[in-house]
Design a protein around this ligand. Sequence first.
Ligand code: ARG
Length: 486
Amino acid sequence: MYRSRLHTDLSKITLDFVSSIDDDSEIALYDILGSQAHTLMLLQNDIISHNDGKKILSSLEDLKKEKFDDSSGAEDIHELIESKVIQKAGMTSGGKMHTARSRNDQVVLDIRMKIRDDINIICNCLLDTIETLVSIAKNHQRTIMPLYTHLQQAQAGLFSHYLLAHADVLYRDFLRLYGTYERVNQSPLGAGPVGGTSIPIDRHITAKMLGFDNVIENSIDATSTRDFVAEYVAMISILMTNLSKISEDFVIWSTSEFSFIELADEFTSPSSVMPQKKNPDILELTRGKTSEVIGNLTAILTTIKGLPSGYGRDLQQIKSSIWSTSKISISTLVILKSILLTMKINEKQMKKITDSSNLIALDIAEKLVQEGIPFRVTHQIAGILVQLAHQSKKPISNLTLAEIKKSVVGTKVTAKIISKIISSTTVVSSLKERKSYGSSGYSEQKRMISDRIKTIHFSRIDLTKRENKVSSSIEDLQNKIDKIIQ
Ligand code: ARG
């Protein structure tokens, strides 16, 4: 349709190379909505007649129900939709739809609308997953587990504390995406090919009709910048690395060596040869798909880094990276939530491992500190106690007074005090006494859980307000169109 300056059509192979029609199915509806807002604005500003506007708007309305066939020979969805409008409304009216705009502002409008919807979907999924983590935490405020550093048992802790750590990480992902939305939800429509137009359009009106918070002012910036795409995919890359990390924990914990959790059958895969196997393929794929998203970010950044200002066709290639990023993150969040809800948590095993590992050594050292002994000395004493327990293959609590004496040699501490502290220190007593802000102590769990429940509640309210603003703008637009075309 656009090749008037050129003498020949594209060959089939070249058209396939050039065309973005396959990727464009994701933005077809946004393109129609954008065209409707643009047409309505042309009509309201007397740039086109009521009759022309009516014909264009009703053709576009018909197209909402149509399934586009990709053998049309069109280079992209913008060309296809315009040619269909011309077919339906006739050249005299339909040929006016593309007045004062360009595919360059059109495509970036569609991408912004798509990403804005995806952000809202992902933010909802994130709140669902966070809520699931917090509700499981609520049921496991007394479930004792070993906490790890270097994948070595470090301190006794609580399973709720572990879950809340991930809830907090994911909440930061939520906040990042929530912030990104503000930069995405700016309308580029009416920026034209790059430098604007002499036709008296109103960019603010179309922005409002489509539920944007504002316009991207500079027409060069509006048409040629994809920093908002890079930002979105970067935020999702961080989110995916966080989900990948949770998956990795669960892969390790579901081994028979750990047995802290058991994944529900529906989230595991059998082996083709070894009948006893229950493989955590879904979690492994979360790790694998995270790499794909990071690859998408790399593809986008390397596409935009060397482009001169103004639209370049290279930008067409980044669309599939965006769609893939959204699809992966949404499905991962939905699946992870179900994994969390269906997995069995083996409390007994977690407790057994915690008890068998002298994880109260630090708590003993800290109790001695409260007797006025320097931490460095108490650390040394506790270290010797662990060594003695290890050598005699029994827990610290079973060491004899004679054995304990060896730990205080060269210090002013008596074996009696140590023995008293050992006999009064258990994992449970330590967790009762652990009160530092944000720690694994019992009292902190209670406070943190109720705090997170409130945060989720208020975030849902904010998110719903934001979604309603877009949907009510689109409803208003639809009502205006219906009035004109009925
Ligand atoms: N199909 C193109 C894309 O996805 C639309 C913009 C084409 N603009 C142009 N001047 N060739 O980016």
